[in-house]
Design a protein around this ligand. Structure first.
Ligand code: 13P
Length: 248
């Protein structure tokens, strides 16, 4: 089974529009030789515009969030049509920072996911357990509950869905999950997807959490991993490119 591979930069709240444009200008002159790997940049909202202007074919644009309503009195929010107008193709949903810092609940994530798919964007759905949940043996229950809730009402035939397994305790901590832990979690995700009626073997499942140029090759040796969602190490052109080069 060959699944699509992804190398995705989540810049979080980093990079002004001019910094984003500079990144793309430096990055796009590199040899993006591997057509099997989709490169996606997810800048903060204002930076989407300048990044879009500098993009070349082979690099796609993603947003870090979106609202589930189409328009109206929702101060501070952004709609799917606004993102599509900027040639955005992807949207990160359910990121642990949205869940834990902004208290976004499963119900909201589900509404956003349904909206995103309905409007022809592709969700990158993030799931993952906290350290306490892992240490109390609840990883599988958490993943099951997050997938169950987020995918409620979603057509199981959809091919436009990417899952990112990001253990909360590995995000921004320099602490990567072990290869066995990741392989197990990814197998669990596929099993849950299949139980929900989706084709768990076909959906790409990415890993995120302290991925960097030093560990990317080893992580990429796990068959279960279909690519990465990268935070800190995606902020510099060279380290993001080195991670891209770890794909075989
Ligand atoms: P880090 O790569 O900085 O750990 O962040 C991971 C992440 O949250 C990507 O969405």
């Amino acid at each position: 089974m060959t699944r699509q591979q992804y190398c995705i930069a989540n810049w979080k709240m980093n990079k002004t529009p001019s910094e984003g444009a500079k990144f793309v200008n430096n990055f796009k002159i590199k040899d993006l030789y591997n057509s099997q790997v989709k490169i996606i940049l997810c800048p903060p909202y204002p930076t989407l515009i300048s990044v879009k202007e500098e993009l070349i074919g082979g690099i796609e644009l993603g947003a870090q969030n979106v609202h589930f309503e189409t328009k109206g009195a929702f101060t501070g929010e952004v709609s799917t049509s606004m993102l599509k107008d900027l040639s955005c193709v992807w949207v990160i949903l359910g990121h642990s920072e949205r869940r834990h810092v902004f208290l976004e609940e499963d119900e909201i994530i589900q509404k956003k996911l349904v909206r995103v798919l309905k409007d022809g964007l592709h969700p990158i759905l993030c799931i993952g357990e906290t350290l306490t949940e892992r240490e109390s043996g609840k990883t599988e229950t958490v993943l099951e509950s997050q997938l169950n809730s987020a995918l409620d009402g979603v057509d199981s035939e959809t091919s436009n869905l990417v899952i990112a397994y990001e253990p909360v305790w590995a995000i921004g901590t320099g602490r990567t999950a072990s290869l066995d832990m990741i392989a197990d979690a990814h197998k669990t995700v596929r099993r849950i997807l299949s139980n929900l009626g989706f084709n768990g073997q076909e959906i790409s499942v990415l890993y995120g959490g302290s991925v960097n140029p030093d560990n990317a090759e080893e992580l990429n040796s796990i068959d279960e991993i279909d690519g990465f969602l990268i935070g800190g190490a995606s902020l510099k052109e060279d380290s993001f490119y080195q991670i891209y080069r770890s794909f075989k």
